[in-house]
Design a protein around this ligand. Structure first.
Ligand SMILES: [Zn+2]
Length: 101
């Protein structure tokens, strides 16, 4: 019998015990204190890198306070599209990373 919900526990690859985890890349086993996901911190760093690479601040359209209401409205739509596209790219990179990993 395992009373701990599956989503909140993970089997430690080092000692084989079920350990609580907080869905963080650097969660450590409560039994042997090894990383529950040995590739976790590396994957998190790669994701961060991908985000920075995919979304340099200059790529985002500049919305000035002096812009008119209509112009700002359209710029928000464009920016929303840019963010959606960046999320999609990041998601694809994530899927590729997971499949390759
Ligand atoms: Zn362990």
């Amino acid at each position: 019998m395992n009373a701990v919900p599956l989503s909140a526990s993970k089997r430690c690859p080092h000692c084989g015990q079920w350990s609580d985890h907080q869905h963080r890349p650097d969660d450590r086993c409560t039994h042997c204190h090894e990383l529950l996901d040995p590739k976790g911190p590396q994957k998190a760093a790669e994701m961060e890198q991908a985000w920075k690479w995919e979304m340099p601040p200059v790529m985002l359209i500049d919305i000035k306070p002096t812009d008119g209401a209509v112009l700002r409205f359209f710029k928000y739509i464009i920016r929303g599209g840019q963010l959606a596209f960046a999320s999609l790219v990041a998601f694809i990179i994530w899927v590729v990373t997971v499949l390759a990993g």
